[in-house]
Design a protein around this ligand. Structure first.
Ligand code: FAQ
Length: 338
């Protein structure tokens, strides 16, 4: 807590939590400061934590970075359950390293969100109480080893499309964190693709297992980029402030162009008879996925939401003694006799 308070003071993040300001006062932005801020954004300058920023810019960034950080730690869970069952020593090692990287990404992202004034403990409480969102895709089970390769290949690929775009965004700490995260994600993508190709070119049983996993994951992956632009709530404002650098539909289309050909080349199919590309425009046609399922999942009612949060709640309670020990660094501890 001491550390968080220092961060807030250091970066001026108290703006969001000023106890003396009413909500209305906090939301009223000085028009001159706002014009300067928008001019900076237009010239491509980065916004840093100590800079003045509109209330809504700060609020939106906290929302997005926090959801991203939560997605990383929850995202480690479906693959994490496969560490002990990964086929062979090398695949175990690679999976351990990947899962560890995802947790590291969460650390970077929580730190970036903290520079905006929301303490990590509050973010963690909002996750485990179910108040905060995290990516839809991590609420589905990884039933077989093929699921792990689909996650490593296609979900990491989808994350890279999104994060490479966001890495060019206006908020310094977030964009710098994303540069490093993308470098690591590209290794994940390589290990996912290698495992995916191995199954696709293996026995008919391996191929069937992969096809089954792909069929189950396709719709959640299409959902991953968010609702269509015409109903996306935040895109317009976030694009204006260069927090998002591409729309949901553009990112989804880019992902289709880069990865559908790779899937088809391996002789696999996708569970959408309408998938086709207009070569002249580069636009893909696809069946509208079931968006009611997407909203149900992100509101907490997916196949694994309860299980995922239960793991985080358990980790919070059973790791509390470690955090308490860290916060009281000056306290003397008994030296163990044995
Ligand atoms: N899941 O107005 P929009 C990873 C919500 S990291 C859940 O279009 P926006 C690494 C949205 O929050 C994956 N909720 O929203 C890894 C909003 O609800 P709210 C995470 C979603 O923000 C790989 C509502 O719908 N990446 O995978 C989703 O403009 C492998 C309206 O939507 C990031 O978080 C969704 N998919 O655009 C780890 C990147 N989509 O808050 C382990 C940063 C939308 O009003 C293994 N985030 N919603 O209640 C973004 O780029 C954006 O937030 C989007 C959504 C593009 C995800």
């Amino acid at each position: 807590m001491y550390f968080c308070k220092n961060l807030i003071i250091m970066y001026g993040g108290g703006y969001l939590h000023d106890p003396n300001a009413s909500k209305q006062q906090q939301q009223q932005d000085d028009p001159v400061l706002l014009a300067d801020f928008e001019a900076k954004i237009d010239t491509g300058e980065k916004i840093e934590p100590q800079d003045w920023m509109p209330y809504e810019y700060r609020r939106q960034l906290i929302r997005m970075i926090e959801q991203h950080a939560h997605s990383e730690i929850i995202g480690a869970l479906p693959e994490g359950t496969w560490i002990t069952r990964a086929p062979g020593f090398k695949r175990k090692l690679a999976l351990i390293a990947k899962v560890q990287d995802e947790i590291g990404h969460a650390q970077l992202l929580y730190s970036a969100a903290e520079t905006l004034g929301k303490p990590r403990e509050v973010m963690m409480n909002d996750l485990i109480s179910g108040k905060s969102k995290y990516s839809n895709v991590f609420n589905y089970p990884a039933k077989t080893w093929a699921d792990v390769t689909v996650i490593g290949f296609l979900i990491d690929a989808a994350a890279i499309v999104n994060q490479l775009a966001n890495a060019k965004g206006s908020y310094g700490p977030y964009s710098r964190a994303l540069v490093r995260i993308c470098a690591e994600e590209s290794f994940h993508l390589k290990q996912g693709y290698e495992g995916f190709v191995y199954l696709a070119t293996g026995s008919s049983t391996q191929m069937a297992m992969l096809q089954d996993a792909l069929n189950r994951w396709w719709q959640p992956i299409v959902h991953f980029f968010g609702p269509p632009d015409k109903v996306s709530v935040h895109t317009e404002k976030l694009m204006r402030w260069k927090v998002k650098m591409a729309t949901n539909d553009d990112m989804r289309n880019q992902f289709f162009s880069q990865y559908i050909p790779k899937i088809w080349d391996l002789g696999l199919t996708l569970p959408d008879p309408n998938l086709s590309k207009n070569e002249a425009t580069g636009e893909w046609t696809f069946s509208d996925p079931d968006w009611s399922e997407f909203y149900r999942v992100i509101k907490g009612d997916g196949p694994c939401n309860k299980e995922r949060l239960a793991v985080r709640q358990w980790a919070e309670v059973s790791g509390r003694w470690v955090r308490n020990a860290l916060y009281k660094m000056n306290e003397k501890y008994v030296t163990p006799l044995a």
